[in-house]
Design a protein. Structure first.
Lengths: 191, 274
């Protein structure tokens, strides 16, 4: 027996390792537990009550978060949206903003394209986006930011503080403007 | 094990004070399982509302109505052919009015979708933690014999109603694992689908920063199509899941709420002994 094992040491070693691996992944037989009936009843009652409370909380959460029109179709009437709802949904957007910020990196650039790759669309001047001289009086006010601030951007102010760099990238826009879904040129300003 | 307490029970037989049970689901698995119900519902409703504002499946605008959305076509067809719906006020919105939050709610739907999506990802991690802590992951791993066994189970389920009608005996295939091969395939692939939903979701949510992810999935539009079809995987899973759990009886449903089961052996072994 031992001589046989010596002749095929690798085969034996492999099969042991395989068996160990297989037994690690193998399903364990169900463990039977003996419970005192009263104790089991008590634990079951607790879990069923918790489940009921969870279901009630989920229904209340749905009533709190769903829009009025949706609830109306379900036959639920609610006269007003609570301010807490806006706060709560904005928290989720803030988390998403933080994630977006974490994803930005100077070393991680988005893919860029050449001018010939631009798809001509109505809202990118048919692919020939002009330079900032075309919109010398351009001014953009950003309201409704998650921070609550109102930011005003003036093109003359921006071009005197930053050098102009051109980068053609892809703009993906979900909704609002159904037609502008895919490729558009964009200029990026960097200090 | 604590000693049996003297309870005010009407039963005086001493051996009825104890009961044998098996642990089936870790409490984290149970909680995350049920939390998936409102989360997936929220994701589906808000997701279809987001789809409304930029449908993937569209055609050239209709010369009369200007409609280009396939889902709107379906609503128009439905309202024209289903007797009770002839007077529906806005046929193109029928699908969106019944299967989503409603049309024209993009801003709210996006915020709700992200809230549910982040919760869904956290919930998925809780589920995996429950599988690891309770050792339940071992029961979900696919086996070499699964394809054949799954076909046998499929044959059993398909034939079962006919056998009942004809009052013929219809033997449940034997197995000695927690789940049968078909269940295992379903319970293994649904978490995989969940991961794919998250991956495709990130690809279309941050298509610039995560352009490599969108590229793996075949580009932005392909990722959208994937994300959309994964929804159908859940629906395909859900219908038999609900029917079979309810048909299987109280013990299965209860074990997902309380964690224990009084079925000490795999169901097929019990069925065979009867």
């Amino acid at each position: 027996m031992s001589s046989k094992q010596n002749r095929h040491p690798f085969v034996v070693a492999k099969s042991v390792a395989m068996k160990k691996l297989e037994s690690f992944f193998a399903e364990r037989p169900p463990r039977k537990i003996e419970m005192v009936r009263a104790r089991l009843h008590q634990l079951t009652r607790r879990d069923v009550l918790l489940f009921g409370a969870g279901a009630a909380a989920a229904l209340a959460g749905g009533g709190f978060l769903l829009p009025r029109e949706t609830l109306k179709r379900l036959g639920v009437r609610r006269s007003m949206d609570s301010p807490g709802k806006e706060w709560f949904l904005n928290r989720a957007v803030r988390i998403d903003d933080d994630v977006a910020e974490a994803l930005y990196s100077a070393n991680r650039r988005v893919p860029t394209y050449t001018k010939s790759q631009i798809t001509p669309l109505k809202n990118n001047y048919n692919g020939a986006t002009p330079d900032p001289g075309y919109i010398s009086g351009w001014n953009l006010t950003l309201d409704g930011l998650a921070s609550g601030l109102s930011v005003s951007l003036d093109i003359r102010n921006l071009t005197s503080h930053f050098s102009l760099q051109e980068q053609i990238t892809r703009l993906v826009c979900v909704g609002f403007c159904v037609a502008c879904a895919t490729t558009e040129s964009a200029t990026r300003l960097s200090p | 094990m604590p000693p049996a307490k003297k309870t005010k029970s009407t039963s005086t037989v001493p051996q009825r004070q104890h009961v044998l049970v098996v642990k089936r689901h870790h409490f984290l698995v149970r909680w995350s399982h049920w939390l998936n119900v409102p989360l997936l519902l929220g994701l589906v409703l808000s997701g279809i509302s987001i789809y409304w504002s930029s449908p993937v499946y569209q055609h050239k605008p209709d010369p009369v109505t200007g409609n280009f959305d396939v889902a709107a076509d379906f609503g128009i067809w439905l309202c024209a052919h289903v007797p009770g719906l002839h007077h529906y006020s806005s046929p193109p919105d029928w699908i969106y009015n019944h299967l989503s939050l409603g049309p024209g709610m993009l801003a709210l739907a996006l915020r709700l979708h992200w809230l549910c999506a982040y919760s869904f990802m956290v919930n998925g991690m809780v589920y995996v933690a429950g599988l690891v802590l309770g050792g339940g992951w071992r029961s979900l791993l696919p086996r070499r014999t699964d394809l054949f066994d799954a076909l046998r189970m499929f044959r059993y389920y398909i034939g079962f109603p006919f056998a009942k009608l004809l009052r013929r005996q219809w033997r449940h295939p034997l197995f000695n694992t927690k789940y049968n091969a078909l269940q295992r395939a379903a319970y293994f692939s649904v978490p995989v689908a969940g991961c794919l939903s998250v991956a495709t979701g990130w690809a279309i949510h941050k298509p610039m920063q995560l352009h490599w992810l969108a590229a793996i999935l075949g580009g932005y539009n392909a990722a959208r199509v994937w994300h959309f079809w994964l929804l159908w995987i859940y629906i395909l899973f859900l219908a038999p899941h609900l029917i079979l759990v309810l048909a299987d009886g109280w013990d299965t449903l209860r074990s997902m709420i309380v964690g224990w089961s009084t079925r000490l052996e795999p169901p097929a072994v019990i069925a065979h002994e009867q």
